[in-house]
Write a protein that binds this ligand. Structure first.
Ligand code: IMP
Length: 189
């Protein structure tokens, strides 16, 4: 049996495929229409999407929901990150929070039709003073991660300037590793 990753983002799929392979889990790509609920909680959004996707596809799957959280702005844009990115872009966030602490968070919700299991991952850092780099997507050009023990750090580089560093310590990677461990232990895939 295979587990599917329901996403509209082929970059996220490629990242997940590589990480989950290390846990012996093969995934397939699915992109059905799923209506995202509105909520302040990534976990609620991802879990509702997983349930809806499972009702349509009827197979074990996971979805991912993520965002940029800025404490100075009470967690904004948080779960509204995709919409805010389209409306304000990186220039808007730089005007609001340049140099301020920020965090990327990701929630992966997995279901095989019974319970929904949620796995969180996060990475702390700060908003840069200007947009830098061409790698990645979304807020990557304005996010500088904190140093993390055991991971080679690229100084003041943004995620967009250092895709290797992003791959090593991203919020999504951390959530995917928890999912990988869970699937490995449940020995289903
Ligand atoms: P969604 O989970 O695909 O809805 O993504 C939410 C939004 O958060 C994206 O459109 C990006 O703007 C932002 N985001 C989530 N993860 C990342 C990341 O790894 N880098 C940069 N932006 C991200």
């Amino acid at each position: 049996m295979q587990v599917s990753f329901v996403t509209g983002n082929s970059g996220k799929f490629a990242e997940a495929e590589k990480i989950l392979k290390e846990f012996g889990v093969n995934i397939s790509y699915q992109n059905p229409q799923v209506n995202e609920i509105r909520s302040d909680s990534l976990e609620e959004i991802a879990s509702a999407s997983a349930r809806e996707a499972h009702a349509g596809l009827g197979q074990p799957l996971f979805v991912e929901d993520s965002g940029l959280f800025i404490p100075l702005l009470d967690g904004f844009p948080g779960p509204y990150s995709a919409w805010v990115f389209r409306k304000l872009g990186n220039r808007g966030i730089l005007r609001l929070a340049s140099g301020k602490p920020a965090k990327f968070r990701a929630c992966i919700a997995y279901t095989d039709g019974e319970a929904v299991h949620a796995f969180m991952g996060s990475v702390k850092g700060k908003i840069s003073d200007q947009s830098r780099g061409t790698g990645g997507f979304g807020y990557d050009p304005i996010f500088i991660p904190e140093k993390f023990p055991g991971i080679r750090h690229s100084g003041e580089k943004t995620f967009a300037e250092s895709p290797g560093m992003k791959f090593a310590l991203s919020h999504r990677k951390r959530a995917l590793e928890k999912l990988g461990k869970f699937l490995q232990e449940s020995r289903k895939y």
